[in-house]
Design a protein around this ligand. Structure first.
Ligand code: ADP
Length: 262
């Protein structure tokens, strides 16, 4: 293929036998490029709030106590908001690197997905999120054991449900459902929001990909939530589906295999 590069290594086995190792350099180059793009994107994302924080701190220092109370309060609120954005970004960056490091370790612990989702919803309600009261849970009362990493599945549920809360319209329901489908279980979260145009759908799980960057920022997004969901889903042999209709809303679902009866 055009642009494809190979590295060849020859090792002698004995006098007359040789082994030839061929490695696909272009795949290694692509992985290197992805890694350096990620570092560049992450640095850029961290630099923006950092510049705002330094700018407002310097302004406060230059004013040397001459600012009135409301102005000082406003500047401090902006500094706090930007610092929280950096904090969330660092949390998400650590999560994604941890989840990636675990990707070849199959989970072996039987867990109750309904209980995990229930706890995640309770935590979102406790956080006094303005949309917490819109969450409708239809989890059933039949525990369905699957093999999983409890903390990661809680994070997966949190990311999908909080997206529906962020991008769904205020006052409309966010429906969280668990349904058994043969030997699998499907977790789905449906919102009534602006929806997502079809050309964006294949890219949503890329790190830092956002349909509307300003909107994502204003609701406290980092652009890493669905990338983390994708990795956690893959580690659990799950299948991630995103269905959306512009002007109507979005349904994000992940289907996991249930634990085989032993
Ligand atoms: P973010 O932190 O920006 O929310 P995510 O990785 O969680 O990042 O999602 C990527 C993008 O996908 C979001 O910026 C948003 O544009 C879009 N998106 C995710 N979930 C929804 C949803 N339920 N409704 C509409 N758009 C969504």
């Amino acid at each position: 293929r055009p642009g494809q590069r190979w590295t060849m290594r020859i090792a002698a086995l004995s006098g007359r036998e040789q082994i030839i190792f061929l490695s696909d350099r272009s795949a290694i180059d692509a992985a290197d490029r992805m890694r350096s793009d990620f570092v560049a994107n992450a640095s850029h994302e961290l630099r923006t709030p950092l510049a705002a924080i330094l700018g407002y701190v310097e302004t406060l220092q230059d004013m040397n106590g001459e600012t009135d109370g409301p102005t000082r309060h406003r500047f401090l609120s902006i500094i706090e908001r930007e610092a929280r954005r950096m904090q969330q970004l660092v949390i998400d960056l650590l999560s994604i690197s941890r989840v990636e490091a675990d990707r070849f370790r199959r989970p072996t612990t039987p867990i109750d997905l309904a209980a995990i989702v229930q706890t995640t919803i309770a935590q979102l309600r406790d956080s006094e999120h303005p949309r917490a009261k819109d969450v409708v849970a239809k989890l059933g009362d039949n525990p369905q054991p699957m093999l999983g990493d409890e903390a990661q599945l809680a994070q997966l549920a949190h990311n999908i449900i909080s997206n529906a809360m962020k991008y769904g319209h205020a006052g409309t329901p966010v429906t969280v459902e668990l349904a058994r489908e043969g030997s699998r279980v499907r977790l789905s979260v449906t919102d009534e929001g602006d929806g997502i145009a079809p050309d964006h759908l294949p890219r949503l799980t890329e790190r830092f990909y956002r349909v509307d960057e300003a909107r994502s920022r204003s609701v406290g997004g980092t652009g890493l939530g669905l990338a983390i969901v994708k990795h956690i889903s893959e580690r659990h042999q799950g299948q991630l589906d995103i269905d959306s209709e512009v002007g109507k809303g979005t349904r994000v679902s992940v289907t996991f295999p249930l634990a085989a009866k032993g």
